[in-house]
Design a protein around this ligand. Sequence first.
Ligand SMILES: NC(=O)c1ccc[n+]([C@@H]2O[C@H](COP(=O)([O-])OP(=O)(O)OC[C@H]3O[C@@H](n4cnc5c(N)ncnc54)[C@H](O)[C@@H]3O)[C@@H](O)[C@H]2O)c1
Length: 367
Amino acid sequence: MYKVKIFGAGSIGNHLAHGCRNKGWHVTICDIDPAALERTKNEIYPQRYGSWDDEIRLARPEEVEQEQFDLIIIGTPPDSHMALACRSLENRPPRVLLIEKPLCTPSLEETERLLKLKEETGTFVAVGYNHTLTRHSVRAVELLSQDLIGGVITISAAFREYWGGIFGAHPWLAGPQDSYLGYWNRGGGAGGEHSHAVNIWQHFARLTGSGRIVEVSAMLDMVSDGTVDYDRLFLVNVKTDKGLVGSIIQDVVTEPPQKTARLQGEKGFLEWWVNWDGGHDSLRYSGKDGKVQEELFSKTRPDDFAGEIEHLGSILEGNVPEFSPISLEYGIETMLVVSAAYKSHQHGKRVKIHYEAGLGPEALEVE
Ligand SMILES: NC(=O)c1ccc[n+]([C@@H]2O[C@H](COP(=O)([O-])OP(=O)(O)OC[C@H]3O[C@@H](n4cnc5c(N)ncnc54)[C@H](O)[C@@H]3O)[C@@H](O)[C@H]2O)c1
C-alpha cells in the first residue's frame, strides 16, 4: 500500500487524508503547529467524518523528513508551497507530488526551479485543481468531444463565494487578517483563493481547441485597511492566441455561492455548475436541436476530491496519462493569469503573456 505524507493538518490536509484513507493508503500528516495536529485528531477529522482514524500517524515535519514516501501532498498556505515542494524533490523525491492550489504567490517565485526539479527527478508533479476531475467535469469533456456545441464563440467562468464558509471551517481564525487569505501577495484574496475559475476556464479552452490566454485585462476591488490587503472582487477579461475572448469572475462576497462555467458555441451551449444544489453538481446544455437538457451528479464534499485521488492513484500504479488536467504546467499557467491580472489592475493596462519567454515572471509584459 502506498505511503503518503501530507504537509499541513488544516482544512485541506484533513480532506485529502480522508480521501487517501478511503483508498487504504498509509497516511502521515505533519504540521509545524502542534495545536493543528491536536485539532485534527480531536476536532476536524471526527467532526467531518464521524470518528478519528487511529491508522493516521501525526508528526512534526522534522520527524519524518528522512523517510521515503510514494506520494507527498503539500496542503499548507500558498506562500510556503514552493519551498516545501522544492525541498521534497531535492531530499527524497516521491513518485507523485501534489501541491495545493494556488501553486504559489503572484510573484511566481521559483516556478522554473520547480520545473527543472520535476524533470531531474521524474516525479509526477500535480497542482490541486480538483474540480477538473469530478464526475460532471469528466461528463462535460465527453459531451464536448462529441461536438455538441460546435465551434466555441466564448467561455465564461465564475467562482463567487463569500468566504464566511471558509472561516466557518476554520473556527480558530477570527478573520482574513489571521491567515494568508487577507493578503493578495501571499496567495490570498479572491484571485488566489478562488483561482479554480481561471483554471476551469483554461481547462475548457484547452479541451475545445480555443487556445491559451495571451492577454489579460483586469479590474479588482481591493480591501486595504493598513492590516489586510486583498481583492474581494477579481474581474478579468481574457483573450487567447486563437482570438477567443471571454471573462472570469472570482470573489469572496457572493452569497449564496455561484461556481460555474459556460461555453457558448455556434450550435449550442454547455453550463457546468459546482454545488448546483446541496447534493449535486450539474450540467445544462443543448446542441443544435435547441433542446435544453440537465444532468445532476449526486455528491458530498469528499466527492470533490475523489476524482483527483483516483487520478493520483492511477499514476502511482504506473499509468502516467499523456494529458493530466492537474499537471504542474497547467497549474503554473493558472498562476500566470492570476499574476497578470494583479499587474493589469495595478498599472491600469492590459498584460500580455509570452509563454515562449518561460513560465515565470519574465513571461508577463505590461502593454
Ligand atoms: N482544492 C481545494 O478545494 C482546497 C480547499 C481548501 C484549501 N485549499 C488550499 O490548501 C492550502 C491550505 O489551506 P487550508 O485551508 O487547509 O489552510 P489551514 O490554515 O487550514 O491549514 C494549513 C496548515 O499548514 C500548516 N503549515 C504551515 N506551514 C507548514 C510547514 N512548513 N510544514 C507543515 N505544516 C505547515 C499550518 O500550521 C496549518 O495547520 C491553501 O493553498 C488553500 O488554497 C484547497
